[in-house]
Design a protein around this ligand. Structure first.
Ligand code: PBG
Length: 334
């Protein structure tokens, strides 16, 4: 076999495909659309909107404002909203007693949002940390986070959320075995269609800082330890594979990697390994970094936001949970 001679240098000019907007659009491999976004939103027990200092542009919303936001999401083509509660500190205790209160701000918000815009999926965080006075995601005894006792509380909370009309339950606690128990409880109570998105690979990250400000959860840094006995070590990949395999076996419909941008390698590995709908959570600290650098004129904020969202899609995300959702959906068009 004769090898054809190489064409005179340079035969290949990759820049040909980059020369104009139309060529770039023609060869683009992935694209973010509003349908890829899950709007991360904080609701509070009072009236009106309250700005979150460490997350410029994000406001805690009252139940009535959350219902309006659901309509806005629908109009923007955003398929789902993830809601997180800000709870008055006076109502918190060591076991998070009010986490499963059927009259709490989360079930009230779910109902109001589903009434206002039934076409929009509502996702609820299943976790105790917004309701505990120590800020941990579980029941604490003698300085330890109790796995199985915590799961009992999470089941009550999850069932209450499903009863209220939540479409997706998203356990973010990282207790072992909670997906299976929750799935069993949902089936047992006739909630066959309630989806579970597992925070399967959730890392013990510094990037959740502003979230704790947003929901007013206790500052673990003030001498109360950290979440390293239940959230994952940022150095590990193989363990993420085991976490996700277990959650799929236990009945998760969708899985999540959290945080987002620093963990794109994990996202890609999980997509390749399991071919499951896999979501990235662009967390509060990632939001705050882009906003802060943008406000200082150190980066082009708008381009940085769109680039970060595009990176998630390129890495294989089925969707992105982000505080930028309404802005991005407006920018991208439905
Ligand atoms: C609580 C929870 C956290 C986030 C979502 N659910 C914080 C934590 O685990 O400490 C973080 C969200 C964000 O930073 O935007 N279980």
């Amino acid at each position: 076999m004769t090898v054809p001679p190489l064409a005179p240098y340079p035969a290949s000019r990759l820049r040909r495909l980059r020369q104009a907007d139309w060529t770039r659009r023609l060869v683009r491999e992935s694209e973010v659309r509003p349908a890829d976004l899950i709007w991360s939103m904080v609701v509070h027990e009072g009236e009106g909107k309250i700005p979150v200092a460490s997350m410029p542009g994000v406001e805690r919303l009252s139940v009535a404002e959350a219902a309006k936001a659901a309509v806005r999401a629908r109009d923007l083509g955003i398929p789902a909203i993830a809601i997180f509660p800000h709870i008055d500190p006076s109502r918190k205790d060591a076991t998070g007693s009010i986490a499963a209160d059927p009259d709490g701000v989360i079930p009230r918000a779910v109902k109001a949002m589903k009434d206002a815009a039934p076409e929009v999926g509502i996702m609820c965080d299943v976790a105790l940390d917004p309701f505990t006075d120590h800020g941990h995601d579980g029941v604490v005894e003698g300085g330890r986070i109790l796995n199985d006792a915590t799961i009992e509380r999470l089941i009550e909370q999850g069932l209450m959320q499903a009863e209220a009309g939540a479409d997706i339950l998203a356990p973010s606690d990282m207790m072992d075995g909670r997906i299976g128990r929750l799935r069993g409880a949902l089936e047992g109570h006739g909630h066959h269609d309630t989806l579970i998105m597992s925070y399967a690979a959730k890392y013990a990250s510094a990037f959740y800082g502003p979230y704790r400000d947003a929901i007013g959860s206790a500052k673990l840094s003030a001498g109360q330890g950290d979440k390293k006995t239940y959230q994952m070590d940022p150095s590990n990949t193989e363990e993420a594979i085991r976490e996700v395999a277990l959650d799929i076996a236990e009945g998760a419909d969708m899985v999540m990697v959290k945080p987002g941008l620093p963990y794109l390698d994990i996202l890609r590995r999980l997509v390749d390994e399991f071919r499951m709908p896999t979501y990235a959570f662009q967390v509060s600290g990632e939001y705050a970094m882009i906003k802060a650098a943008g406000a200082n004129g150190w980066i082009d904020e708008e381009r940085a936001i769109l680039e970060s969202l595009a990176a998630f899609k390129r890495a294989g995300a089925a969707g992105i949970i982000t505080y930028f959702a309404p802005w991005a959906a407006e920018k991208l068009g439905a």
